[in-house]
Write a protein that binds this ligand. Structure first.
Ligand code: CP
Length: 341
């Protein structure tokens, strides 16, 4: 693996017909999940893999989990992690080719990225969408320009449209849960996983929902349902293959995992159309599920996006999920270190 910006970076065969001994997308995800779980079981087994290597973590936006888990993962592999809050501490970067830089931007990514390439062995970047222009955000210009000009492997710490380290974490967490014995000893052939929209006070990116949909579809091991109010459709590029319904109660029936997340509108881009509190998951609606585990990427607005009774109840696995961010990052960094020398 050279870069890690979406599920498609795991295997060149994703989305196409398989040839010879190429792995399916589900197998490639499972292999990475197993690597992550091995890291969790023995965090320091590869403590010299990254000796004398350095990762630069560039943050154009705030973060808690992504920042700390990536730092810890790098340290577990013997690698030095340097954090640079470009958004608040660095020069304002320009990303457009042939830009006439007479405005607020001070340094072009064409000049900055090759320097990062000299200082670091891996570059990791967090950048959010503007939510003003869908075409611009979905072009993923920022991360693509870093890949083009840095000359070293690039890891997405969340981009304008995707959050792959979060999605890998989510599948690690579901896989851990699926490996636990059930009270009856029976297990469905495919768990029912529901991604449900939740209310929020601010327009949020579609990254986590897009990415979760992309990874669960590529994994191919779940009965996957997405539920949201009308006009909150996500891009079909990521949701194709899932069942989509505007009826949350119907979606929750028999669910084994419920992933709660707000996102702003995709078609009339970056808007809030409704904040209907009925969409906030409470125990009454949760009781329609098959004793489902409830997930959220965090941070979460309590009693707006998710109720206290769910977050503080035994059905919530959000802390386990956030803890697993370390092992997702460690699995990805170790794969990149192994394949790029
Ligand atoms: N889930 C997540 O990416 O958290 P942070 O924004 O705190 O990194």
């Amino acid at each position: 693996m050279r870069n890690f910006t979406s599920v498609n970076d795991l295997s060149p065969s994703f989305g196409g017909s398989l040839k010879g001994n190429e792995r399916s997308s589900g197998e490639a995800i499972d292999t990475l999940v197993q690597t992550a779980l091995a890291c969790k079981a023995n965090p320091f087994a590869d403590k010299t893999l990254g000796t004398n290597k350095r990762i630069g973590c560039l943050f154009l936006n705030p973060s808690m989990r992504t920042r700390l888990s990536t730092q810890i993962a790098a340290q577990n592999l013997g690698m030095e992690a340097i954090i640079f809050n470009v958004g608040s501490e660095g020069w304002a970067l320009e990303f457009e080719e042939e830009a006439i830089m007479s405005g607020n931007t001070v340094e072009h990514v064409k000049d900055a990225a090759p320097i990062f390439g000299k200082y670091f062995d891996i570059l990791a970047i967090r950048t959010f969408p503007s939510l003003k222009n869908r075409e611009d955000d979905y072009s993923e210009l920022y991360i693509k320009q870093f890949i083009k000009y840095a000359g070293i492997p690039v890891v997405s710490l969340e981009s304008a449209t995707l959050h792959p380290l979060q999605s890998l974490t989510d599948i690690i967490t579901i896989s851990e849960e699926l490996a636990k014995p059930t009270p009856s000893g029976d297990r469905k052939a495919k768990p029912k996983i529901v991604l449900t929209w939740a209310p929020h006070v601010k327009p949020l990116p579609q990254c986590v929902a897009n990415s979760f949909s992309q990874w669960i579809n590529a994994w191919g091991k779940a009965d996957f349902v997405i539920t949201h109010p009308e006009d909150y459709e996500l891009s079909e590029e990521f949701t194709k293959g899932a069942t989509i319904t505007h009826n949350q109660e119907e979606a929750l029936q028999g669910a084994d995992y419920v992933y709660v997340k707000n996102w702003s509108t995709y078609n009339d881009y970056g808007k809030i159309y409704t904040n209907n509190p009925k969409w906030m998951l409470k125990e009454k609606r949760w009781s329609l599920t098959n004793n489902a585990k409830v997930m959220h990427c965090l941070p979460v607005r309590r009693n707006v996006e998710l109720s206290d009774e769910i977050l503080d109840g035994p059905m919530s696995i959000v802390t386990q999920q956030a803890g697993n961010r370390v092992w997702a990052a460690q699995a990805v960094l170790s794969e990149i270190l192994r394949s790029n020398g």
